[in-house]
Design a protein around this ligand. Structure first.
Ligand code: FIX
Ligand code: ZN
Length: 410
């Protein structure tokens, strides 16, 4: 059996990864039938919250309230001038916009956004979804569906014919965090709940979970938790909610739970969505959840670089933990490279290398273009090390490995 020559590994891995239609297990993009929750186009792309954080660093005298009072188009024009014209757009978030523009045949050297805006005026949401999926090499995305979101819920209650490329995911932190903050909405939706986590309330929340998992055809449930999350914590309502509703429902439905831990929300409220920061997590809490719910698959992604090493080690101890993606502040070339190398070294092929976390549809193009290149670099290095031992490698080996990691069905 002839193996691939070491000198052609990187080209071969890159080609196979490029030609493989991938699955994106965590996004904030939506079936176009859900209407305005699906963000797309140049003004949404340029006002991505990562770039809002960066424009305030370029213009520290900018007043938060004055910025938020501007139209989205004016915000985009300001960001374009400050981050793309007056200085080189070298940050990962800036580079992402340029990658998208380049892929669409738009001018990344433009002095303003007029040309880009006329291109998008000619697009329809559904047509542009097809274009972006093709350019990104993505066959399926998992959404982040929040019934507490007044913008998203009506579309689901009305009902619509699903686009099978958009998979449902029930997101629960907006319902669970700062309990009983969400009680009014739950009651307005007809659920028999009260602030006390009584048997009645637990039953009401489980009905909410089941009703919405049915409506979404949810393939997993997700919850984002702060670095302060501890489990078990007998004084915490979160422990009760996780133990008595989230996991029992996941077990009953036979679906995974995604734990996304480490975001410190709104450390700077003036930045709104851009105001979140990061903190190291308590890995023991994840180990206790993996122990107490050993039959539930835990998809875990953490926000702090240091926590990612601990997660790799913990994943070696708990077969029901699958690390996924280089999340948010880790979704940068230098850290994707480091984390992916560490995962191959500690976990072999037993992890999901990446998710886009795209909030704007167009971002699928850049997040996957950038990640494919780095993941191919790292995979090729690991394969080269393997060949040095005399082990042979064929194209079908590589394809099999890539499908094992990326062709995720949840
Ligand atoms: O909790 C999450 O799903 C985070 O990804 C978001 O809250 C965050 O704003 C984001 O989109 C980061 O890329
Ligand atoms: Zn996200």
């Amino acid at each position: 059996m002839a193996g691939i020559d070491k000198s052609s590994i990187r080209e071969t891995v890159g080609r196979i990864l490029q030609d493989t239609q991938l699955v994106d297990v965590h996004t904030h993009v939506y079936d176009p039938e859900l209407g305005p929750v699906l963000l797309w186009g140049i003004d949404e792309l340029v006002t991505y919250h990562y770039l809002i954080a960066e424009v305030f660093r370029a213009r520290p005298e900018l007043d938060y309230d004055k910025f938020w009072a501007m139209s989205k188009q004016d915000q985009a024009d300001l960001i374009w001038q400050e981050l793309f014209v007056k200085r080189s757009p070298i940050s990962e978030a800036c580079r992402g916009v340029l990658t998208v523009m380049h892929a669409l045949g738009l001018d990344p050297n433009a002095s303003d956004l007029k040309g880009a805006r006329s291109f998008f005026k000619e697009q329809t949401a559904r047509g542009y979804v097809d274009k972006v999926f093709k350019l990104s090499g993505i066959k399926k995305v998992y959404m982040t569906n929040d019934p507490m979101d007044d913008m998203e819920r009506p579309g689901w209650e009305k009902g619509f014919e699903r686009d099978e490329r958009f998979m449902g995911v029930l997101r629960l932190d907006p319902t669970f965090m700062e309990w009983p903050k969400s009680i009014g909405k739950l009651q307005a939706m007809g659920y028999d709940v009260e602030p006390a986590l009584s048997g009645k309330t637990i039953a009401g929340i489980r009905k909410y979970i089941n009703d919405w998992c049915d409506r979404l055809d949810a393939r997993y449930m997700a919850i984002s938790l702060p670095p302060t999350f501890r489990y078990p914590d007998k004084n915490s309502t979160m422990t009760t909610l996780v133990e008595k509703t989230l996991f029992p429902s996941a077990v009953e439905r036979g679906i995974p739970v995604a734990l996304m831990i480490g975001a410190r929300r709104l450390v700077n409220p003036g930045l709104r969505l851009a105001g979140d920061a990061v903190g190291k997590v308590n890995i023991e809490s994840i180990e206790r959840l993996a122990t107490d719910f050993a039959d539930t698959r835990l998809l875990v992604t953490l926000l702090s670089r240091e926590s990612m090493h601990e997660l790799c080690v913990t994943s070696r101890k708990f077969k029901n933990i699958t690390p996924f993606g280089c999340w948010w502040f880790l979704n940068n070339p230098s850290l994707i490279r480091e984390i992916t190398s560490m995962r191959f070294e500690l976990l072999g092929l037993g992890f999901i290398p990446q998710h886009s976390d795209a909030r704007v549809l167009d971002q699928l193009i850049y997040k996957w273009t950038h990640s494919r290149r780095i993941i191919a670099d790292v995979m090729a290095e690991k394969y080269a090390d393997m060949l040095d031992t005399g082990r042979l490698l064929t194209e079908s080996d590589i394809k099999k490995d890539i499908d094992l990691m990326f062709d995720v069905t949840l």
